[in-house]
Design a protein around this ligand. Sequence first.
Ligand SMILES: [Zn+2]
Length: 512
Amino acid sequence: MNTQRLYLSTTIPYVNGRPHLGHALEFVQADVLARHHRLVGDQVRCQTGTDDNALKNVLAAEAEGISPAALVDRNAAAFAALREPLALSFDDFIRTGSDPRHRPGVERLWKACAASGDFYLKRYEGQYCVGCEQFYRPAELVDGLCSEHRTEPELVAEENWFFRLSRYADQLHELISSGTLRIEPAGRRNEVLAFIAGGLEDFSASRPAARARGWGIPVPGDPSQVIYVWWDALGNYVTSLGYGTGGADYQRWWTEADRRVQLVGKPVLRFHAVYWPAILLSAGLPLPTDILVHDLLTVGGRKISKSDSSGDSADPVALAARYGTDAVRWWLLRDVPRVGDADFTPARLIARANDDLANDLGNLVSRAVTLVHRYRQGKVPGVAATPGDPARLAPAGRALAQARRRAPERIAAGLADFDFRAATAAIWDVVEEANRYVERVQPWRLARAERDGDAAAGERLDESLALLIGTCSGLGRELAPFLPGLAARIQAACDDSAGPLPAAEPVFPRLR
Ligand SMILES: [Zn+2]
């Protein structure tokens, strides 16, 4: 099997507030991809972090009457602390405000673009949304308001460094339309291509240091300006690898990686699929290979605002504390479509967890283990039919064996398409086939027949119990990237390597 070297990254949220469920979605998606690729033997580096230098952090700190550094330290810690409640397995977490790798890398990236002649000074006046940290053209506003924040932009006039984005339009269009830079889903790629075809305008790359209250990284050679978010925040994808500080990681995970995969949310797609590749082209660096775009969550029908907390119902830590990590991850992976926004409510999370994890899967595992205890003293019969060999099985088991055999390929295909629902559906087909199999075979009737002297029934009982335990144990392996906690409990429940199976216990207690 060919193994690959993959560098996976999430976007780094700015930390003017606490993490919400929308952040959790992207982190969990990246984590599943990372765990999946590690499991199939690929070399993986998965990274996340926080955008500490955003101007919004400065404004949020002023509103609270504390220093930007204090605000950023507090909130960034809350993001890093998602690791345990969400069972995240990222390899690196970069904080752009304090990580010593970051500033030298940003400066180097800026200087590389400057050396290409892509910066020029320009006096600029425009409608600026602080929430977006972006200037808008009048045509981009809705009734004069930012469509994202529903607030009126400020009129800002200042002199900034501008970046010659226009120079890269044709090249970007070609790279994206040829699939050299793959954007999934296809609808999002088409949006980017249409945006490029509509004409790219140069954009502002710096801010006056005074307006940024001195927060951020000064422009090399012009300390009156600080580097604006694009070089600073987007730069994290290479600064964390030591692009500016040396070491082998940059070469290993950027220039020599087979795939450089970036997960992004719909609102920041343009920056990742147009600005960032243009910066890399300007600097003469390789581009990402894949940009995977997720849509947004709403909570109880309300948009989760980037800048305000929507209360406990959107707090992933509170949700994990109340319902468990597996239930939170499962809702995000199983209910959120590949295209289209998804609405979260605690009731939906509970229903999804109870239907799938407690009923379909949890009952299957309990039943299989209980049957082995009842009829075989907890010892799994040693006739394990492999999923690769359905022909050896009695006809009742063939559909199940086939679903099991096809699952790994379907899971891999779903994940390659950034389609977590398709990947989890492949697993669920196995669960459903296994439950059908129990109803069809009725091991308890085979056991009665065996007691009455039917030796063939005894053999079929052995076969069915071995197939059920083998299936549950296989489900434990397939689920590991998605629900590491539950997967480990299932594998432990089906483990007879040290004697009889442990007594049956619910692997996923029902939620209320
Ligand atoms: Zn805005």
